[in-house]
Design a protein around this ligand. Structure first.
Ligand code: SAH
Length: 357
């Protein structure tokens, strides 16, 4: 039998095209699309679609699902971390952060990651596969369903592509996801409420800039010079910081969106006074934003988070260069909030369990 197409993986135009092959009128695409992105994934629940058409749809398409395997809530209930099970048995994670102005979901783009950053739990077990756009959408829909059940209201307003994986290493699917999630008949999330985080794949930053979408680009820099960056991020062997800054300037020019640089502060590794000054020198005069994150300590890593004194000093030095600096609100410390930690712990438990230990 022909492999059924994942309907969540289709843009509205693609859906209309696929329906055309089944002799289904184009306006049905809009109806079906609206149902799907309202979280109605069972064709038999689509009440404005004739019954025989529902059966045909059910025979012709599948909907990629992510099932919630586990949820960890932070003590103050502001953050929920989801462990999602994919149809092929792979596990990914997502985080929902509740803010007064709306909920934010952190979406994963790959199972595992190839990038090998030394402080990141997502990459420790290597790369498994890319996620499809449909699987990214399914994470948002699953979280919406859960929020719905929990609070009696919908409400993902912001998307951050900061879960496991490198979004620009899964470029086509990520772009498709952005198209689908933004569509007015879909979840209708404004591009301005979407942030894509990358370790700095420079050629792809240029490509993304040329797409002209007003999403926020966030670049994980974590070091003020290439020597130090190479020690903590293997990607630094491929692209230098100067190239990254050049591409960010191009991104800003093309989209008008200020670029954010993420900088995870690690005690005595990248948090010294001279590091802050070097970073300040590099970024001054560029209307960007620096987001400082005290590193989340993970298993099998000797990195320790910076002291409050060093964090404050770092902030003040950057401000001295007139750079806009924020410190990331730390959510979910008690729920394995750092990227990939929960999945890693879960896989660790499962694997040792199945070995009979
Ligand atoms: N691959 C993308 C997106 C995923 S990681 C990227 O590199 O940006 C999302 C952010 O979390 C990145 O800034 C990443 O560097 C950071 N991060 C990963 N592990 C971390 C840890 N243990 N503590 C603090 N930040 C971490």
């Amino acid at each position: 039998m022909k492999e059924r197409i994942d309907i969540l993986d289709l843009t509205l135009e693609e859906l209309a095209f696929e329906l055309g092959k089944l002799n289904i009128a184009q306006y049905r695409a809009e109806q079906i699309y609206a149902w799907l992105h309202r979280g109605v994934l069972d064709f038999y629940d689509m009440t404005n679609i004739p019954k025989d058409m529902r059966a045909l749809l059910d025979k012709s398409f599948k909907t990629s699902s992510v099932k919630i395997l586990d949820i960890l809530q932070s003590e103050d209930k502001s953050t929920a971390k989801y462990l999602f099970l994919l149809d092929d048995g792979n596990i990914i994670e997502g985080v929902v952060m509740r803010y007064t102005y709306g909920n934010t979901i952190c979406v994963s783009t790959q199972v595992g990651c190839k990038m090998g950053c030394s402080f990141c739990a997502s990459t420790k077990a290597g790369f498994v596969r890319d996620l499809s756009a449909g699987e990214m959408i399914a994470q948002v829909l699953a979280a919406e369903r859960h929020i719905d059940a929990d609070k009696g209201k919908r409400g993902i307003k912001n998307i951050v592509l900061m879960g496991s994986g490198e979004p620009l290493d899964n470029y086509e699917n990520t772009l498709k996801f952005l198209n689908i999630i933004h569509h007015s008949l879909g979840l209708n999330i404004s591009y301005r409420n979407i942030t894509l985080s990358t370790c700095g794949l420079v050629t792809r930053i240029y490509d993304l800039a040329d797409e002209g979408l007003p999403i926020t680009l966030s670049i994980s820099l974590h070091a003020p010079n290439d020597e130090l960056r190479k020690e903590i991020m293997p990607i630094a062997h491929r692209y230098g910081i100067d190239e990254i800054i050049q591409s960010s300037k191009y991104y800003f020019k093309k989209t008008g969106r200020r670029v954010t640089f993420e900088y995870a502060l690690i005690d005595n590794v990248n948090d010294r006074k001279d590091h802050a000054m070097e970073l300040g020198q590099k970024l001054k005069d560029f209307p960007c934003h620096v987001n400082l994150i005290p590193i989340n300590e993970i298993r099998d890593s000797h990195y320790v988070r910076s002291s409050e004194k060093n964090i404050d000093r770092f902030i003040k030095i950057l401000q001295g260069y007139d750079i806009q600096v924020t410190r990331r609100r730390e959510l979910g410390q008690n729920i394995q909030g750092a990227c990939g930690q929960l999945r890693r712990d879960y896989l660790g438990r499962y694997i040792s369990h199945s070995k009979g230990e």
